[in-house]
Design a protein around this ligand. Structure first.
Ligand code: GAP
Length: 518
C-alpha cells in the first residue's frame, strides 16, 4: 500500500516538475479540487481529446459534433432531475469534524478487502509459481472466496441504499462495517444527509430564484435540448449520435486523488439516439466499442475491466463503468448508460415542445431512446500518465547502469513528438544546423529545440516527458547531412539523412494504426 501511495505521489510530483499539471491558484495556497494544465499537460490533454473526437466524429458517418454553452435555461436542470436528485450522501465524523461521502467510505472499505484478495493472490503466485492460474485461485481459495462474497454482499447493500435513496440504511451499513474515520479513527458518525452537487450563480441583475443559473454538471443536457436542431440540420436518421467535449462542474464534497475527482473538469460525451426496443443491443455494442477504444491505445487489458451497476441513476435502465486500475485501485474511468427516453420526455414536458423523430420506415413518431458514453478527459489523462510512468534501469555511457524515468505514452499522445539537440551548444555551426532542422520539422509536428546541459541529461529530460524521438546534430551532420535519431523505448540510435526525419517521425505518430484497430 505504501508503495502504491509512493508511486501516486511520484506521479503528482512529476506532473508538476515537468509542467503537466499545477494546483490552481497555487500562490494563494491553492483551490481545492481545481487544477491547471501546464504547457505539456495541455498538449497531452488536447491529444486525448483529439483521439476521442476522431474515433467518434471522424470515424462515424452517423455521429456529429456539438459545442453547446455551459449555461442553460434553469428549467433544463429541473427537467433533467438534477435539481431534485443530483445529490451525494454526506456524513460527518463527530470527533474529527471531517466530512465524507458516505458511499465513498463504503467503497474504500471494499477496496481494502480487494487488497486482501490481492495479498492472497501474491501468496498463491509464490506457492504455485509458473503453474499459477489466477482465475482458478480466486474461485477456489477459501479466503479469497470469503472476501469476494463479502464484497458482493456489501456492494449489493450499498447499491440498494443508493437506489432507494435510503440514507438510514447507508448509515447502518457504515456502522455495521465498523468503518472508522481515516483521520481520527473515530466511529462516531452523524446521520447521512443528501447534498446537491450543482454550483449556482445569478443571471445579470435578476435577483432570487428567477435568475438562478447552474453551471452544468454534465455536458449531456446541451445535447438533449439540441436533439431536433441537430437532427433536422444534418438530416440524420436513427440511429445517430451527437458528440461533445466540454467543461462540467460539480461541488464535490471531497475532491481528492489529484485530478481524479475535481470540481471543474472536462467531459467527452456521446449520446446515441436509437429506436425504442433496440437500446439493449446498442448498449452492448457501445460497451464493446468503448473498451476497444481504450485497448487500441495499447493500455494493458489487465488494467481495464467492466463494472456493471447495481445502483442505477434516476435516468438509466442499464449502466456500466469501464474501470481503470489507477495507482489507488480500480476506479471508474468511463460510464456507459442506457438512459431510456427519460431526458427527451422530461424536456418535452417542461418545454411544451415535441422532441420526437419521424421514422419514415415505420411511418411513426416516437421519442428516441438514448445510449450514452461519458468519459472524463482529466481521468483519462491521469490513466494515461499513470500507466506511462516508468522507472527503469538503462545502460549508461560508462558501461554501467543508470535509472531513468520515462513516460511510455503512445506516440500519438506524446506532447512533444521530436526533440532536436545540437551535440554542443558552444559550437555555433552545430547550433545553426540544429535550428535549421528544427525550423523545418516544426511545420510538420510539435517539436522542441534544446541545447542546455550535456546530451545525456537532455535525453533524460525528453524521456521524462515521453518524446518518442530525439535528433542529435553533431560534426558529421555538417559533413554529410546525417543525424542520429534515438528511439525513446528501445534507446536505439540510428544514423539517418536529414531528409528522412519528417517521414520517420510522421509514421511513428500517425493516428492510422490506432484508428484502424477500432
Ligand atoms: N452524463 C453522465 C455523467 O455525467 P458520470 O458517471 O457522473 O456520468 C461521467 O460522469 C464521467 O465523467 C466519469 O466516468 C468520469 O470520468 C468523469 N467525472 C465525473 N465526475 C468527475 C469529477 N468530479 N472529476 C473528474 N472527472 C469526473
Amino acid at each position: 500500500m505504501a508503495e502504491v501511495q509512493d508511486l501516486f505521489k511520484k506521479i503528482i510530483a512529476h506532473s508538476k516538475e515537468y509542467g503537466f499539471v499545477y494546483q490552481s491558484s497555487e500562490i494563494y495556497d491553492g483551490l481545492g479540487g481545481v487544477y491547471d494544465y501546464g504547457p505539456l499537460g495541455v498538449e497531452l490533454k488536447n491529444n486525448i481529446k483529439a483521439y476521442w473526437w476522431k474515433s467518434m466524429v471522424q470515424m462515424h458517418e452517423n455521429i456529429v459534433g456539438l459545442d453547446s454553452a455551459i449555461f442553460m435555461h434553469p428549467t433544463t436542470w429541473k427537467a433533467s432531475g438534477h435539481v431534485d436528485a443530483f445529490n451525494d450522501p454526506l456524513v460527518d465524523n463527530k470527533t474529527s469534524k471531517k466530512r465524507y461521502r458516505a458511499d465513498v467510505l463504503v467503497e474504500d472499505f471494499i477496496q481494502k478487502i480487494e487488497d486482501k484478495i490481492k495479498k492472497q493472490v501474491k501468496k498463491g503466485i509464490k506457492r504455485f509459481g509458473d503453474d499459477f492460474d489466477e482465475a482458478k485461485f480466486r474461485a477456489t481459495d477459501g479466503r479469497a472466496v470469503q472476501y469476494a462474497e463479502k464484497i458482493k454482499n456489501i456492494e449489493e447493500r450499498l447499491g440498494q441504499a443508493m437506489t432507494d435513496n435510503d440514507m438510514v440504511a447507508l448509515r447502518d451499513l457504515i456502522v455495521e462495517l465498523e468503518i472508522a474515520d481515516p483521520v481520527s479513527g473515530s466511529k462516531d458518525w452523524t446521520d447521512v444527509r443528501q447534498f446537491n452537487l450543482m454550483f449556482s450563480t445569478q443571471l445579470g441583475n435578476i435577483a432570487g430564484a428567477e435568475g438562478k443559473l447552474y453551471l452544468r454538471p454534465e455536458t449531456a443536457q446541451g445535447i438533449f435540448v439540441n436533439f431536433l436542431n441537430v437532427q433536422k440540420t444534418t438530416r440524420q436518421k436513427l440511429p445517430f449520435g451527437i458528440a461533445q467535449i466540454g467543461k462540467a462542474f460539480r461541488n464535490e464534497i471531497i475532491a481528492r486523488q489529484f485530478i481524479f475527482r475535481m470540481r471543474e473538469f472536462e467531459q467527452m460525451e456521446m449520446q446515441f439516439f436509437v429506436k425504442p426496443g433496440t437500446e439493449m443491443e446498442w448498449y452492448e455494442t457501445w460497451k464493446t466499442t468503448r473498451m476497444n477504444w481504450h485497448k487500441a491505445l495499447g493500455t494493458s487489458p489487465d488494467k481495464l475491466r467492466f463494472h456493471d451497476h447495481d445502483a442505477l441513476a434516476h435516468y438509466a435502465n442499464a449502466a456500466a463503468d469501464i474501470q481503470f486500475e489507477f495507482p489507488f485501485g480500480f476506479k471508474e474511468l468511463e460510464g456507459i448508460h442506457s438512459r431510456t427516453d427519460f431526458d427527451l420526455t422530461a424536456h418535452q414536458e417542461h418545454s411544451g415542445k415535441k422532441l420526437q423523430f419521424f421514422d419514415p420506415v415505420d411511418n411513426e413518431n416516437y421519442v428516441p431512446y438514448i445510449i450514452e458514453t461519458s468519459i472524463g478527459a482529466d481521468r483519462m489523462f491521469l490513466a494515461m500518465l499513470s500507466t506511462a510512468y516508468t522507472e527503469e534501469d538503462v545502460p549508461d555511457a560508462k558501461g554501467g547502469t543508470a535509472q531513468r524515468i520515462v513516460l511510455k505514452l503512445n506516440p500519438v499522445l506524446a506532447p512533444i513528438k521530436c526533440a532536436v539537440l545540437p551535440l554542443l551548444k558552444n559550437k555555433p555551426e552545430l547550433v545553426a544546423k540544429a535550428k535549421e532542422i528544427f525550423d523545418d520539422i516544426k511545420l510538420d509536428f510539435n517539436c522542441q529545440y534544446d541545447e542546455k546541459d550535456a546530451i545525456g541529461r537532455r535525453y533524460r529530460r525528453q524521456d521524462a516527458i515521453g518524446t518518442p524521438y530525439c535528433i542529435t546534430v553533431d560534426f558529421d551532420t555538417l559533413e554529410d547531412n546525417t543525424v542520429t535519431i534515438r528511439d525513446r523505448d528501445t534507446l536505439e540510435q540510428t544514423r539517418i539523412n536529414i531528409s528522412e526525419i519528417a517521414d520517420i517521425v510522421k509514421e511513428k505518430i500517425s493516428w492510422k494504426p490506432v484508428l484502424k484497430k477500432l
